[in-house]
Design a protein around this ligand. Structure first.
Ligand SMILES: Cc1cc2nc3c(=O)[nH]c(=O)nc-3n(C[C@H](O)[C@H](O)[C@H](O)COP(=O)(O)O)c2cc1C
Length: 102
């Protein structure tokens, strides 16, 4: 079983949600764990180029548009490849962190 672990708390030292994801991962006891730490390695926000690229047929995309989609395509593939997804998410201002939405 492959697990995708996503941590989204900005707090990297005393985080409650990171402690919870630690415990869940330990209980699942699987060695095939991919980690996405959105505080230590933030994802880019979407841009105009990305927004236009995603509705442009692949054969008509410029190099810049293809590049803009490459990272999100990789992230989607990572998500789909996982059997189990463990998400650590605090509530920030009545919602999930912007880093997780990205
Ligand atoms: C900027 C900020 C905004 C927050 N907004 C909310 C909120 O709207 N509702 C809530 O219940 N808790 C809110 N909290 C509290 C956090 O969700 C809570 O402390 C959580 O355990 C933090 O997770 P962490 O310890 O993994 O960082 C907020 C915390 C911060 C730092």
């Amino acid at each position: 079983m492959s697990i995708l672990r996503i941590d989204s708390s900005a707090n990297t030292t005393d985080s409650v949600t990171r402690a919870l994801t630690d415990r869940i991962i330990a209980k699942l006891g699987d060695t095939d764990v991919t980690v996405r730490d959105l505080a230590r390695e933030p994802l880019p926000q979407i841009t105009h180029t990305w927004a236009i690229a995603r509705v442009t047929p692949e054969e008509n995309r410029s190099d810049e548009q293809s590049e803009a989609l490459a990272e999100s395509d990789k992230l989607v593939a990572e998500l789909l490849a996982a059997d189990t997804i463990v998400i650590g998410a605090p509530i920030y201002n009545f919602s999930v962190p912007a880093s997780l939405k990205a």
